[in-house]
Design a protein. Structure first.
Lengths: 634, 187
């Protein structure tokens, strides 16, 4: 034991290589740092080793700096855009699908699991019951299949119909599915879905057709039914002569007997037949031979218990082979006449019947915020856009239309983002048309509507101008605050190049955050415009709360980002900006003030942290900027 | 402040805020902003490790998609930058194993650039000398030097390469000695 020398007593040995490099890189612990510094002061040998390492580092840095990217890597901006669409596509492809499926699958699974379990457990008795009931049904239907008069059925149906008219304050909603059946090719296709809303007041009817995911809304009256039918039921799948015939009898796409009688009135003959099959009356009404509509027969299927219409078929021939158009009732109910529903009927008729020609009222035009009120659907759409961040920096507007529907129209900068927004908007119920363009799709013929509100201000009208700003890069030009930042980031362990990189990264971050703040303030302003007190006074509390939540979101983001930015900047920038412009903005500050502050800070940041321009007095600008940020980031 | 302000990107971008306030709604945007900031160094690193020009960009973009998944699943990441470097590093190494390395990359680049009139004679000599030295480095040394040149701390480098902090300093010295080797022998 005595042979082992006490390390503290022995003359310090030369420093090890890894200690030298750690010293250069500032990676030593405090105690090691003292020891190494002391040793270096007294040891020429270690000092020379240190300086040779230092020169190697400089060489490496020099090499690293000049080593370029291959040109095929494209511009930075291009790659950032590519990455944006990739991330968004990835986001859409991964998460929401799974959640959506789960949401759909869970209730379905639970609804089915019980009977399925029951069936598997008692399979034999269950089978016996099924067979017995089938036998009974076939036996009795044979007995019941009698010939009844089609006319009798129609008359009884009218009783049913009048008993199911919407009363005061109600609306009747009848939906049907249109199918095209080609028996020879054994093919059935769903053509479209049509919903008819009948008002208790007046004879107006709203026809809503949904075809290939697009909803179309037409307000028609008994008088205009003929002209407007092709717009309401405008599927190209429907043969033109058939459609023309239906229009000529002013048919409203509804399965009610009164509408069915209109079809019968034009068929040219009086024959009919009826039979009862399995609880259903099947009424057959042949058409006159070589009828111009090409229809050979109309079939009306009615529930034998309560005389409710079930479906209607128009039989025709196309190119020699039989075709059946089947209209199947999918929904039929009376519901309260809510304000939104009422608007579907009323908004179209500001001055009813004064003009001599009816068609004037049939043009669907966008309304402005001044002459319309916000609906629950509009709030829902705004909420979806808010949720997918499409309220920030995108030029999307929600247009309330004169027929009560909504139109989302505008420009977005990437196709993937547009798809994501479209997908999200699918969750919104009600008539909604989506027209979102990418800049390259805007041809001269495409018309973007004027925003539904007045421009907010000459400077603030184009928030995206900020996006295209050149950020600080590695070019020779320096941003105004370069020297200040450089001084801050440099220390004895960091190289020139590393410091430059930090300055750049820092500047880019500041610019990005400033833009974010501005966009949130901008979105807040737009919310105020769209959901002003006047437009939202008749909204139910839940919708008003949703609007309030969106506002709070934006305010919170403005406060959070500004606060963060003030902190970050304050720790870096040498400034005596401890003075504030005054009290910080409280949470209820009016939107105009916020927008003004946000815009000013964004402008200041762009002057200070990008190479685009050069302010006259950087330090004064910094002081002002910090004061602004502190004011907003309460 | 005197020990140097380390740029903590995740803190500056407020990723924690995002997770707290809005789940993943805002995340896509932040990921893209982070990409815009860190793309160049990561790309250059991937390029020099994998040495196959076509796929480096892809490696980097995939790393950001992974980052997105990770943050969305609320798995905390202590240091976003070294996490990204590690993902890129591993992917680049995998690629080298599968497709082999394009060894003469540096020479190729020099051959291309020597034709350029703007390239000064002195620079060229320096480049050639360094590229020669670089070719003497082994993989670990090269990786450590590249990461250090990108401004990663020893701890971060250790995380990226899954080695100890001390090993990082040892590799760095060895690599630097090889680079400086010729000038030392001349002196």
């Amino acid at each position: 034991m005595n042979h082992v020398p006490d390390p503290k007593r022995v003359l310090a040995p030369h420093l090890q290589d890894h200690e030298l490099i750690s010293h250069l890189d500032g990676e030593l612990s405090r105690s090691d740092r003292q020891r190494v510094t002391l040793h270096l002061e007294s040891c020429w040998d270690c000092r020379s080793r240190l300086s040779s390492l230092q020169s190697s580092i400089e060489k490496l840095i020099e090499f690293r700096k000049t080593f370029p990217f291959p040109s095929e890597y494209g511009t930075h901006e291009m790659r950032v855009e590519q990455s944006r669409s990739r991330v968004l596509r990835h986001a859409v492809e991964t998460a929401p699908e799974v959640n959506w499926w789960r949401r759909m699958a869970d209730p379905v699974a639970s609804a089915f699991s019980a009977p399925v379990e029951w069936l598997t457990r008692y399979r034999q008795p269950a089978l016996a019951v099924i067979v017995a009931s089938c036998l009974l049904i076939t036996m009795f239907t044979d007995v019941w299949t009698t010939r009844v008069s089609a006319e009798t059925v129609l008359v009884r149906m009218q009783t049913y119909d009048s008993a199911h008219q919407p009363g005061e304050g109600n609306i009747l909603r009848a939906s049907m599915r249109v199918e095209k059946i080609e028996p020879r090719r054994d093919r059935t296709r769903e053509v479209e879905k049509v919903t008819v809303l009948r008002d208790s007041l007046g004879d107006h009817t709203v026809v809503e057709s949904e075809r290939a995911g697009v909803t179309n809304n037409v307000l028609i009256t008994a008088a205009t039914a003929g002209d407007l039918l092709p717009r309401a039921v405008g599927s190209p799948e429907l043969a033109v002569p058939v459609l023309q015939f239906l229009a000529s009898v002013r048919w409203i796409p509804d399965l009610s007997p009164s509408e069915f009688r209109k079809i019968l009135s034009g068929r040219g003959v009086d024959e009919n037949s009826a039979k009862k099959v399995a609880g259903l009356f099947e009424l057959h009404f042949p058409f006159a031979a070589a009828h111009p509509s090409t229809i050979t027969e109309a079939v009306y299927v009615v529930d034998a218990r309560d005389y409710a219409p079930v479906r209607m078929s128009l039989l025709t021939t196309e190119a020699g082979s039989p075709v059946e158009y089947r209209f199947i009732r999918s929904e039929f109910r009376v519901e309260p006449r809510t304000t939104e529903l009422a608007r579907l009927f009323s908004s179209n008729e500001p001055a009813p019947r004064t003009a001599s020609s009816a068609p004037r009222s049939n043009r669907v035009v966008p309304l402005t915020y001044l002459n319309s009120t916000a609906s629950e659907a509009e709030v829902a759409v705004a909420n979806v856009l808010h949720g997918s961040d499409a309220c920030l920096g995108e030029e999307l507007h929600i247009f309330p239309m004169s027929d009560g529907s909504l139109l989302v129209q505008g420009l977005m900068d990437s196709g993937a983002r547009r798809d994501a927004v479209r997908r999200a908007l699918k969750s919104v119920p009600g008539p909604l048309t989506i027209e979102i363009y990418l800049p390259r799709e805007l041809k001269s013929g495409t018309q973007l509507l004027k925003p539904p509100d007045e421009p907010i201000g000459p400077d603030a009208t184009e928030p995206r101008a900020a996006i295209g700003t050149t950020l600080a890069d590695l070019s020779n030009q320096q941003i105004p605050l370069h020297d200040m930042l450089y001084r801050h980031f440099s220390n004895e362990s960091s190289t020139k190049e590393e410091t430059e990189r930090q300055v750049n990264a820092f500047s880019n971050e500041v610019v990005t955050l400033a833009r974010q703040t501005f966009l949130h303030a901008w979105a807040l302003k737009r919310l105020d415009r769209e959901f002003s007190g006047k437009r939202t006074s008749s909204l139910p509390p839940t919708a008003a709360q949703a609007v309030q939540r969106m506002r709070e979101d934006h305010r919170r983001w403005i406060a959070t980002i500004s606060h963060r930015q003030a902190q970050t900047l304050g720790s870096v920038v040498e400034s005596s900006a401890t003075t504030s412009l005054g009290a910080s903005v409280d949470s209820n500050a009016d939107t105009d003030t916020l927008l003004r502050l946000a815009q000013e800070q964004n402008d200041l940041v762009r002057t200070l942290f990008t190479i685009s321009s050069r302010p006259t007095q950087p330090s004064a600008s910094v002081t002002r900027l910090l004061a602004l940020l502190r004011q907003m980031g309460a | 402040m005197s020990d140097g302000y380390r740029l903590n990107v995740s803190e500056m971008l407020g990723l924690e805020e995002v997770q707290r306030h809005r789940g993943s709604q805002h995340l896509e945007q932040l990921i893209v902003e982070l990409y815009a900031t860190l793309r160049n160094p990561l790309l250059s690193y991937a390029y020099q490790v994998a040495c196959s020009s076509g796929d480096a960009e892809d490696l980097v973009q995939i790393a950001f998609l992974k980052l997105y998944d990770q943050l969305r699943s609320r798995t905390p990441i202590e240091n976003v930058r070294s996490w990204l470097y590690r993902v890129v590093h591993n992917a680049a190494i995998d690629q080298v194993r599968h497709h082999g390395r394009q060894e003469n990359l540096v020479e190729e680049w020099l051959a291309e650039n020597s034709a350029r009139p703007s390239s000064a004679e002195d620079d060229l000599i320096l480049q050639q000398r360094i590229s020669h030295s670089l070719s003497l480095l082994n993989e670990r040394e090269r990786h450590c030097l590249l990461l250090r040149a990108d401004g990663l701390s020893y701890k971060e480098i250790a995380e990226v390469l899954s080695i100890s902090v001390k090993a990082v300093s040892v590799y760095l010295v060895r690599g630097l000695k090889k680079i400086g080797g010729r000038s030392e022998s001349r002196a």
